[in-house]
Design a protein around this ligand. Structure first.
Ligand SMILES: C[S@@+](CC[C@H](N)C(=O)[O-])C[C@H]1O[C@@H](n2cnc3c(N)ncnc32)[C@H](O)[C@@H]1O
Length: 338
């Protein structure tokens, strides 16, 4: 027998999903940002200024009003405080939540289909939604750069050591390049090379490095992590949420990592910390990790326990140390070449 409470909970969950779906339509079409610039506008003006279709924008305005993103101001509409928080340029923007909800729905639908067939098509599935793909980098930056700047960077001595010494930092699977921008902005003697398999990520990384005035020290290349080659030994080689994508060929990758580091250099590997016991997944902060691991399966990947990364670093002669952040949900494993 289904209780009223179970039904209420399901309705609440559905409302939450719909709210983020409505937000995503606004994000993908710059409707929050354009309305912020206009102050207040009719749906027709908003559509014109955003270069979007009036019919869709009119319907979106109704839905965004219903979910509290817009307020009426006379005959016009303006952003509420909550709506303002979905502007990509708002400090601490809520955009990553909207993007994640749509990407999550897409990956869950794919997982539903492949659960019957067992197919695991790989990374291509991520790129199937054109409106989502270009938000992939900003989503990750919004989710993880505050934690990096606030907690991870100050806690890991390898960053300061590389920063003082200068030289080359390599980011394998660099996304939109936010991590290299953070390091290069802090340490002027560092140069950065980012590698990623998605051309859209490389395009955004180059553009943002230019906008930040760091393009003379940061370069980005489209390519495969498995076959990276450097012109000089690196002070630091990082993989942020990228190792689980290439774990199937870990022996070759870790040998290449160790060979590519300068003496005293370090490999810095940041991954979600998969718990050793299933009960750990019930913690509220780990639910998203469990959901994402289902979508990783579609891509041919799975999340790793920090001990597995530690062992892989040790196997190629690097000295590993595990650092945990975000209540133990995020692991940064540093492997130093002594
Ligand atoms: C979860 S994203 C993390 C991106 C970025 N490091 C960040 O933290 O924002 C993983 C990245 O690894 C890249 N990637 C996965 N497998 C790759 C491969 N074999 N070669 C190059 N890039 C790869 C993907 O394109 C994606 O940008």
């Amino acid at each position: 027998m289904i209780s009223d409470e179970q039904r209420r909970e399901a309705i609440q969950q559905l409302q939450g999903a719909m709210a983020l779906e409505v937000a995503f339509v606004g994000v993908a079409n710059s409707l929050f940002s354009v309305l912020a610039r206009l102050g207040a506008a009719s749906p027709a003006t908003l559509a014109r200024e955003a270069g979007a279709d009036e019919g869709y924008v009119t319907r979106w305005c109704d839905a965004a009003f219903a979910f509290g993103y817009l307020e009426e101001r006379g005959d016009e509409l303006a952003l509420s405080d909550l709506g303002g928080a979905f502007r990509p340029e708002a400090p601490g923007t809520l955009v990553p939540f909207a993007v994640q909800s749509i990407l999550g729905a897409h990956m869950a639908e794919r997982a539903a289909a492949f659960t019957r067939t067992g197919e695991r098509p790989g990374e291509v599935v991520l790129a199937e939604r054109e409106t989502v793909l270009r938000w992939f980098g900003p989503m990750l930056e919004g989710q993880f750069s505050p934690l990096f700047e606030r907690e991870i960077l100050p806690a890991i001595p390898a960053f300061g050591a590389a920063g003082e010494r200068g030289g080359l930092v390599v980011d394998l699977g660099c996304g939109n390049g936010w991590y290299l921008r953070a390091l290069a902005a802090r340490w002027p003697r560092l140069r950065g090379l980012g590698l990623d398999g998605f051309s859209e990520n490389i395009r955004q990384a180059e553009e943002r490095a230019r906008q930040s005035g760091l393009a003379d020290r940061l370069s980005f290349r489209e390519g495969d992590i498995h076959a990276f080659a450097l012109d000089e030994p690196a002070s630091l080689i990082s993989l942020n949420r990228a190792l689980h994508h290439v774990w199937n060929e870990k022996a070759r990758l870790f040998a290449l990592l160790a060979r590519s580091l300068a003496p005293g250099g370090a490999a810095v590997i940041w991954e979600p910390a998969w718990p050793s016991q299933r009960t750990g997944l019930r913690e509220i902060g780990r639910r998203a990790m469990a959901f994402q691991n289902l979508s990783e399966h579609v891509q041919g990947n799975h999340f790793l326990r920090p001990e597995e990364i530690e062992a892989a670093l040790r196997s190629v002669g690097l000295t590993p140390r595990v650092h945990l952040f975000a209540g133990g949900n995020e692991a940064v494993v540093v492997g130093t070449r002594e």
